[in-house]
Design a protein around this ligand. Sequence first.
Ligand code: NAD
Length: 318
Amino acid sequence: MSEERICAIVGCGLIGRAWAVDFARGGWTVRLFDPVAGVVDAALSAIDGMLSDLVASRLLEAPAKDEARSRLLPASSLEAALAGAAWVQENAPERLEIKRELWRALDRLAPPEAVLASSTSAILPSRFTDDLPGRARALVVHPLNPPHLVPAVELCPAPWTSLETILRAEEVVRGLGHSVIRLAREIDGFVMNRLQAALVEEAFKLVAAGICTAEEIDIALRDGLALRWCFAGPFEVGDLNAPGGIRDYVVRYRDVFESVLASALPRPDWTGPVLDEIEHSRRLRLLAEEIPHRQRWRDRRLMALLRHKREVSETIGD
Ligand SMILES: NC(=O)c1ccc[n+]([C@@H]2O[C@H](COP(=O)([O-])OP(=O)(O)OC[C@H]3O[C@@H](n4cnc5c(N)ncnc54)[C@H](O)[C@@H]3O)[C@@H](O)[C@H]2O)c1
């Protein structure tokens, strides 16, 4: 029996191409399909740069890079991409009508034992899998961008996703080196975007109320809270911030948080004047045409951070 594991990447924009690197690096044969002419070629050329960056960051050996590259294959049709696939990762645009139509085809064309995974950031899986005969093997496997560099991935089942599918999905993404958040049931924003929404909403409120500038919000995170959060979550931070651990922390500081919550600022319109201010602040620091260059910088910083985290895991421990 063939040992080959085939992954079909359906939709090869930003997220699809990063998943392609992730699966190929993990030893999978990866077929790339995108209905828009030229996108797969553009993805493969971007992937060459991503693989080279991984080597330059000492996150991948040069021979492993060549092997991974040889496992990345363009597919001329959806049928060709899905033939024999054990995993399908859908990365089409975030529009319900596109997902619904595409998922009918995925369910019809993929082998019955294949796991069907969507990268959707915010559409509940029940909204595009409800009428599929094979809906028990469908779920959301939501990464943060870019998935070949960010370990955390959340698995969000629809009410009818089988336990077997969830366990298989967990096994596969852990096998690629990811850490997993397994949601007990579907909920808007899943876990990571709910956390992010709470924080970003407060950032908008503080800027809209004139308490601080957009740049100072970045300082508070980049040079403050996120330094600890990149190796310990908020509960561990609390656990270590009081001599008696998390319960002691809550006893000591609950009133602080209660008064913050009681003095909630009004909800701003994210698209209102506050956005003009935030955009102005950003454009002073980065011209719009420099964004692609800065995205590559972000990925290099992420790779350096990953490298650092791996090294200190070995020396200081997790
Ligand atoms: N960009 C992010 O930060 C991010 C993070 C996590 C998840 N996601 C999710 O990943 C998915 C893809 O987002 P992206 O940022 O890669 O978008 P993108 O616009 O970069 O890529 C989407 C790709 O889908 C292709 N496409 C269009 N119609 C299609 C169809 N019918 N079938 C298959 N492919 C089709 C497009 O040609 C394009 O290449 C979305 O659901 C998004 O919510 C995005």
